[in-house]
Design a binder for this molecule. Structure first.
Ligand code: AP5
Length: 237
């Protein structure tokens, strides 16, 4: 059985974190969320943490060098040998090339969730998260109580520093400029699956699982070597 290596992509608020939890349960693989790792470091209060916090609060990207080192170290842990879900990485073509080298030919499926920008702004502005169990909520719907506490942990939900309209718009611009070229990178290698992220979460999960099950044998070739005719494999579910 080949390893199940899943890259979850999509603009801010498209549902990567929401879907990663569901997909991980299905395939029994760990979630590697670079945003979560960076936020945990930012909360530590170290000099590096303060620097990361400022970058994330601005809507920009952390340097490729730091991100590649972080992911390389995480992928070397034993729980990632049978597969993983990468949520938030790669975000630049440089990161994608570095990942291909790290994986040394192991197959990947890159799943991109598509949602219109105007819907993303509304989703992120009303998102609340639980810092303890990392559950994600939509403010005003199915919260633990009117005071907005986590239904699982009972702790107060918070709004992320970067979930205000000005920063959300910068994050979307960053995505269109720096991360959309990564979609072309995977499309050229026949490894990209495009999913409509607008339906209800359960429907999106079903579409992702259908697509992954159909493509678990996809082989990602050596970095820099696009497969002839592979772009025809791009599909929409
Ligand atoms: P990161 O944490 O990765 O944030 P992001 O990509 O902006 O994505 P989000 O976490 O905001 O959204 P999501 O797609 O997970 O959506 P969610 O499921 O929560 O990165 C943060 C920052 O870290 C970056 O800006 C950057 O600075 C830095 N960084 C991280 N990785 C990096 C890298 N590789 N290189 C450089 N810098 C990096 O859902 C959103 C809301 O919508 C929720 O309220 C949810 O309930 C709701 N929702 C979800 N699905 C649906 C649905 N189907 N219908 C209706 N509502 C839905």
């Amino acid at each position: 059985m080949p390893s199940t290596n899943i890259i979850l992509m999509g603009p801010p608020g498209s549902g990567k974190g929401t879907q990663a939890v569901r997909i991980a349960q299905r395939y029994h693989v760990p979630i590697i969320s670079t945003g979560d790792i960076l936020r945990a470091t930012a909360r530590s209060g170290s000099a590096l943490g303060l620097e990361l916090r400022a970058i994330m609060a601005s809507g920009g990207l952390v340097s490729d060098g730091m991100m590649v080192d972080l992911v390389r170290e995480r992928l070397q842990r034993s729980d990632a040998t049978a597969g993983f879900i990468l949520d938030g990485f790669p975000r630049t073509v440089g990161q994608a090339g570095a990942l291909a080298e790290m994986l040394g030919g192991r197959p990947v499926v890159a799943v991109v969730l598509e949602v219109p920008d105007q819907d993303l702004e509304a989703r992120l502005d009303s998102r609340r998260i639980c810092l303890k169990c990392r559950a994600v909520y939509h403010s005003g719907t199915r919260l633990g109580s009117e005071a907005e506490t986590c239904a699982r942990c009972g702790v107060a939900l918070i709004k992320r520093d970067d979930d205000n309209l000005e920063v959300i718009r910068t994050r979307l611009q960053t995505y269109h400029r720096d991360t959309e070229p990564v979609l072309a990178y995977y499309a050229e290698r026949g490894a990209l699956v495009t999913i409509d992220g607008s339906p209800a979460p359960d429907a999106v999960t079903r579409a992702i699982i259908r697509a992954i099950d159909a493509r678990r044998q996809v082989f990602l070739p050596d970095p820099g070597a696009p497969r002839p005719h592979a772009s025809k494999n791009v599909r929409r579910s």
